[in-house]
Design a protein around this ligand. Structure first.
Ligand code: ASP
Ligand code: MG
Length: 456
């Protein structure tokens, strides 16, 4: 049995959804499909929270926008009157429930994390109902089950939950023993789980990849397929490098590194659950379903240049903490990181020297992060500064540390492109080398690197 994740990009409109439904009917018997919301729906749901706080009148507008968007899609998927009416009745109940949550927010003047997460999951709840009903209407045996019914148990951390794997595996096993059928198609809404206290918690934006990996691991799937509207992992971002190529095979480590540095193909935590079970991940293009795509395995294959991809993210800023003898003093780093953690700020990476600690944060966190460490009393450091106009570049390839000359090749190319390197992090992962450049030098850097590793 396969577990297949269908991304929101494949569910852009009625036509795209229809293509997916045909593909599922043809290839999906006995498989479990983990779904994203229809394209753009999660954004509407989340922005609706602010709008509901602003004014009660906005609530009807939000619900209307959602209803219209889904109706457009349904019109393309189902023509028959009776099933269309049945579907619109079940969705009517869902909208009513959602409406109540928005009214709750408006009434209490407060959007608690619990409420925000609950609301955010409605896109996935709806897409599962719609696709299952469409297939049934076309004579295919299919149904959906909610994560809270399956028992996908989370640690309860709102907006960024992780799954408690052993409990989830047990629950899923029990459910499957009762309900699974090799001729059936089963849909599961992605993006969220339920805590042991019964709270609905999401896995962060893009989290249905992670949901699918969890289900694949818990169900012992033969493979995890991620269906997308793109080919797979590429040697660079096609927006910067039009001649970039598909990477046919990657290791778990390489895929995880590329997920973190913003290739946008996978949610960063997708690799975790399947890696432990040795389940491969196949990225498949729904517009070319027989193409090979990218395959992620334990061993991957190494290419002669070792380097598989050049990647970057602009979502980075540096918090520099200056203090003499950082490397020889106890506790500074822990004081700072504990403080940031307490304020809910994620640290992407840390580089330290004897006189300075540099923390890489997301840009959205940098102001808050800076304030938060300024409040530590007594201050354990001399001075703190913030740098924003940088980008993080990475070259990714398993074994690049063991192979002589790759770093030299990389930095020579960057220097020949007249780019100054701001900071380097080398050696933490076996599959990546990171450095910071000025944001305005980013394009030049990526071009120089791609050309030295892939055009030669
Ligand atoms: N629908 C959610 C989001 O847009 C989760 C997902 O699509 O993976 O972030
Ligand atoms: Mg996604």
């Amino acid at each position: 049995m396969k577990v297949i994740k269908i991304g929101g990009g494949c569910l852009k409109d009625g036509q795209a959804a229809n293509l997916i439904v045909e593909l599922i009917a043809k290839r999906g018997k006995g498989d479990i499909f983990v779904l994203s919301a229809f394209y753009g729906v999660t954004d509407i749901l989340i922005s609706g929270i602010e709008r509901a706080l602003e004014s009660e009148e906005n609530i009807a507008l939000i619900i209307n926008t959602l209803r219209t968007r889904h109706n457009h899609i349904i019109k393309k998927l189902i023509q028959e009157d009776i099933p269309k009416k049945q579907l619109s009745k079940s969705l009517g109940d869902v909208y009513k429930k959602l409406e109540r949550y928005y009214y709750g927010i408006n009434f209490t003047r407060e959007a608690t994390p619990r409420m925000q997460d609950m609301i955010a999951t409605f896109g996935e709840r709806i897409s599962a109902i719609v696709l299952a009903k469409t297939l049934v209407t076309r004579g295919v045996d299919s149904s959906f089950v909610l994560p809270e019914e399956l028992g996908i148990i989370s640690d309860g951390k709102f907006t960024d939950a992780s799954v408690v794997m052993d409990k989830t595996r047990k629950n899923l096993g029990v459910w499957m023993a009762r309900h699974y059928g090799p001729q059936k198609i089963l849909f599961v809404p992605g993006f969220y789980g339920v805590s042991e206290e019964g709270d609905i918690t999401t896995f962060g934006r893009g989290g249905s990849d992670y949901s699918a990996a969890v289900v694949a691991a818990a169900a012992g799937a033969s493979v995890l397929e991620i269906w997308k509207d793109t080919q797979g992992f590429m040697t660079a971002d096609p927006d910067n490098i039009p001649q970039c190529k598909l990477i046919p095979e990657l290791t778990y480590e390489e895929a995880a590194e590329l997920a973190y540095t913003g290739a946008g193909i996978l949610h960063p935590r997708t690799v975790e659950p399947v890696r432990k079970e040795g389940i491969n991940i196949a990225i498949k293009n729904t517009y070319d379903p027989d193409a090979l795509g990218s395959l992620i395995t334990q061993t991957g294959i190494t290419t002669p240049t070792i380097v598989k991809s050049v990647s970057y993210t602009r979502d980075v800023a540096v918090l520099k903490i200056h203090a003499s003898g950082v490397g020889a003093r106890h506790g500074i780093l822990s004081q700072i990181t504990e403080r940031l953690a307490a304020d809910g700020i994620n640290i992407k990476s840390v580089v330290t020297s004897q006189t300075c600690i540099s923390l890489l944060l997301s840009r959205k966190d940098i102001e808050k992060g800076h304030k938060s460490i300024q409040e530590i009393e007594p201050s354990p450091y001399r001075k703190s500064t913030v740098i924003c106009d940088v980008a993080l570049v990475s070259i990714v390839g398993e074994g690049l540390h063991q192979n002589r000359g790759i770093a030299a090749k990389c930095f020579t190319a960057v220097s020949n492109a007249n780019v100054n390197i701001e900071m380097i992090s080398f050696g933490t992962s076996n599959a990546a080398l990171y450095f910071l450049v000025q944001e305005r030098s980013l394009d030049r850097t990526i071009q120089a690197l791609h050309s030295i590793f892939f055009d030669g």
